[in-house]
Write a protein that binds this ligand. Structure first.
Ligand SMILES: O=c1ccn([C@@H]2O[C@H](COP(=O)(O)O)[C@@H](O)[C@H]2O)c(=O)[nH]1
Length: 230
């Protein structure tokens, strides 16, 4: 069975749990995602631990956001780990995104547009007026012009972003919840089937899989549902 285009967010408190989740889900998904919790606790070693022998792709979600020189150094530092994807915040601007792209030439740089945990009211409070989709589209265009070849947005905006940036850019959507699942701290959400139908290339799914009694079975069920829907 072809693995589904899902990146399982391994937001675990310890390396053993993360490696166990990775081993359980890798037959069913293309990618596992290492975020701040694991990377800040364990550093570069975490990549080899979750990659294991399976050859699953490892997405390093560090959301770099600093001045261009600092982001260039950080991207260079992690590029040697050969993650398939590395995230930066689009809000860092053109020069910062370009610095990451140039410093990690073998890694897909994904620009995070507007976090999926933010509502339009939240955006208003931080000075971003208007619909979330407008800000997401603006940041998407800026990021692609700076050389990003992937974008992170919510499934609610993915169709609009696709129309803006075309087919060559990889669109990654967190904020994905199977029908009826708890949305937790995610605000701009949709189902896996809807996200894929609207043009997402890679669905980031964490707690609905890792919080299940059997993460392997949960990943397999979502993968099967995506196959049925496509
Ligand atoms: O806008 C964003 C960018 C990144 N994330 C990350 O995705 C996962 C989502 O996990 P769930 O458990 O499925 O909510 C998590 O690691 C975030 O750091 C995001 O949610 N939204």
């Amino acid at each position: 069975m072809t693995p589904a285009p899902i990146a399982v967010a391994l937001d675990a408190p310890d390396l053993e749990t993360a490696a166990q989740w990775a081993a359980l889900v890798t037959p069913h998904v293309t990618t596992v995602k290492v975020g701040l919790e694991l990377y800040l606790r364990y550093g570069p070693d975490v990549i080899a631990s979750v990659r294991g022998a399976s050859g699953v792709q490892v997405f390093l979600d560090l959301k770099l956001h600093d001045i261009p020189n600092t982001v260039a150094g950080a991207a260079r530092a992690v590029a040697r780990l050969r993650p398939s994807i590395l995230t930066v915040h689009a809000g860092g601007g053109t020069a910062m995104i370009r610095a990451a792209v140039e410093s990690a030439p073998h890694t897909k740089i994904a620009a995070v547009t507007i976090l999926t945990s933010l509502s339009e009211a939240d955006l208003g409070r931080i000075g971003i007026a208007g619909p979330a989709a407008d800000a997401v589209r603006r940041l998407a265009v800026l990021s692609v012009e700076a050389g990003a070849t992937a974008l992170v947005c919510s499934p609610n905006e993915v169709a609009a972003v696709r129309a803006e940036v075309g087919e060559d850019i990889t669109l990654i959507t967190p904020g994905v919840r199977p029908l009826g699942a708890d949305t937790q701290d995610q605000i701009r959400v949709a189902t896996p089937e809807q996200a894929l139908a609207d043009g997402a290339d890679l669905l980031v799914i964490g707690r609905p899989i890792t919080g299940a009694p059997d993460p392997g079975a949960a990943a397999a069920a979502i993968a099967a549902s995506l196959r049925r829907a496509s």
